[in-house]
Design a protein around this ligand. Structure first.
Ligand SMILES: CC(=O)SCCNC(=O)CCNC(=O)[C@H](O)C(C)(C)COP(=O)(O)OP(=O)(O)OC[C@H]1O[C@@H](n2cnc3c(N)ncnc32)[C@H](O)[C@@H]1OP(=O)(O)O
Length: 210
C-alpha cells in the first residue's frame, strides 16, 4: 500500500498536484509552507513549515515536491536534495489521463500532469516535471530537475540535460540536445542543439543575453 504523503509548498503547482493526489486516492497528511499564514489550502491542512517533516520517520511517509519551477530559480532542486540527503523519498505522481509507453523509465519524484503523452524508449530523471499536455516522442532522454512546461512538443530522440527549463509550447525537433542549465523561451522552435547554460527564444530559436 502507498504511504501517506506530505506536500511541500501550497502555491499553484501544489494545487495541480493536490488534484492528482485526490484522483489517485493518496492519503495526504498535510502541506508544509515556509511562512504559513493560512490554515489550509483547498481543504488540505497546512501543518507547519518544512522542518516539521523531520518529526515523521522517513520510512513512514513520502514527500511531494510542490515547489513550482520557473526559469533561473533552484528552490525546487534544493528542497529535493535536502530531504533526499536526510533519507526521505519523493512520490512519483502520474495523472491518470496521461498516456505513458510501457517501457518508460521514471526516476524518483517525477511529476506527470494531465494529458501528457510519452512514447517508447524514454527516460526521465529525478524531480522532473512533464507539465500539462506536453508530448514526449520516442527515445527522448530528459535529465533531472528539469521542467517541460505545458504544451511542449519534443520530437523523437531529443536529449534534455539536467536543470533545463523548456518554456510553454516550445517545439524541439528530432535528434537535438539541450545542454545543462539552459532555458528555452515559451513558444520557441528549436532546430539545432543548444550548449549548456544558454537562454534561447524565438523561431528559429536564437541565443539572447543571460
Ligand atoms: C503552469 C505554469 O505556469 S508553468 C510556467 C511556464 N512558463 C514558462 O515556460 C515561461 C518561459 N519564460 C519565457 O519565455 C521568458 O520570456 C524567458 C525565460 C525566455 C526570458 O526571460 P528574461 O530572462 O526575463 O528575458 P527578457 O524578458 O529580458 O527577454 C530578453 C529578450 O528576449 C525576448 N523574449 C523573451 N521571451 C521570449 C519568447 N518566449 N519568445 C520570443 N522572444 C522572447 C524579449 O522580448 C527580449 O527581447 P529584446 O531584448 O529584443 O527586448
Amino acid at each position: 500500500m502507498s504511504k501517506p504523503v506530505i506536500i511541500i509548498g501550497g502555491g499553484g503547482h501544489s494545487k495541480v498536484l493536490q488534484d492528482i493526489l485526490k484522483l489517485i486516492n493518496r492519503e495526504i497528511i498535510g502541506i508544509t509552507e515556509q511562512s504559513y499564514e493560512k490554515e489550509e489550502s483547498n481543504g488540505i491542512k497546512i501543518i507547519g513549515n518544512d522542518e516539521l517533516i523531520f518529526k515523521y520517520k522517513a520510512s513512514e511517509i513520502e514527500l511531494v515536491n510542490a515547489i513550482g519551477s520557473i526559469p533561473f530559480t533552484n528552490k525546487r532542486k534544493l528542497i529535493f536534495t535536502k530531504f533526499k540527503e536526510n533519507g526521505y523519498s519523493f512520490a512519483t505522481i502520474i495523472h491518470p489521463s496521461s498516456i505513458i509507453a510501457s517501457d518508460t523509465e521514471f526516476e524518483e519524484g517525477v511529476q506527470i500532469m494531465a494529458g501528457v503523452i510519452v512514447q517508447p524508449g524514454t527516460k526521465v530523471g529525478y524531480n522532473t516535471i512533464l507539465n500539462t499536455k506536453s508530448s514526449i516522442d520516442h527515445d527522448c532522454k530528459i535529465g533531472s530537475h528539469t521542467h517541460i512546461a505545458p504544451g511542449v512538443t519534443l520530437s523523437g530522440n531529443v536529449t534534455i540535460e539536467e536543470d533545463v527549463h523548456v518554456g510553454t509550447s516550445a517545439c524541439i525537433i528530432q535528434g537535438v540536445t539541450i545542454g545543462r542549465g539552459t532555458t528555452i523561451g515559451a513558444g520557441s522552435v528549436v532546430l539545432k542543439s543548444i550548449s549548456k547554460n544558454s537562454k534561447v527564444v524565438g523561431n528559429p530559436a536564437r541565443e539572447v543575453r543571460k
